[in-house]
Design a protein. Sequence first.
Length: 207
Amino acid sequence: MLVSSVLSIFSLVILSACSRAVVIVPGATWTDTSGNVIQAHGGGILKAGWVDLLLSSDMVSWTRQNDALTPISGSMISTSNIVERPKVLFNKVTSEYVMWFHSDSSNYGAAQVGVATAKSPCGPYTFKSSFKPLGAESRDMGLYQDDDASQTAYLLYASDNNQNFKISKLDSNYYNVSSQTSVLSGSTLEAPGIIKRNGRNGARPTQ
């Protein structure tokens, strides 16, 4: 989405025991507790002990919090550029929360990723850089953090005019990518996500 006074909206949610029955209706418009429409397309959920931007105990009622990342004039997160699909991981080595997002120009010509960091899941996040991972385009993207001893993390992204789907390993502090680990050539896939179940991981696209 185009950024204006608010750069982006995403949800970092911790769930608690609910004292009442709640219902999530697929396709329904979500609003926060003040009645504002929640634009969380491509958002992410991080269990971290407390909540950033939009707070909920039941995934139905949401309360808006402070902005996590604000525009910087003359940068790729200025109000004339685009910030979409933010995802956050916790890096246990640096004790930082690291946000990755789709960073683009207003005409979607830049095709980059952006990185920002914070000491709290609630931010505020400090913008570090925007770049093309390993020199390649990146548009709709996702992150995956393994549960191995090193908590190895990966960037999943549509590249090369959305014709190839790539997976690249992040460096140890999650600030950049270090190597490409997989590419599905000719796969027109967007907005990837990976889950791990019974020791295996994989992706199932919905489009």
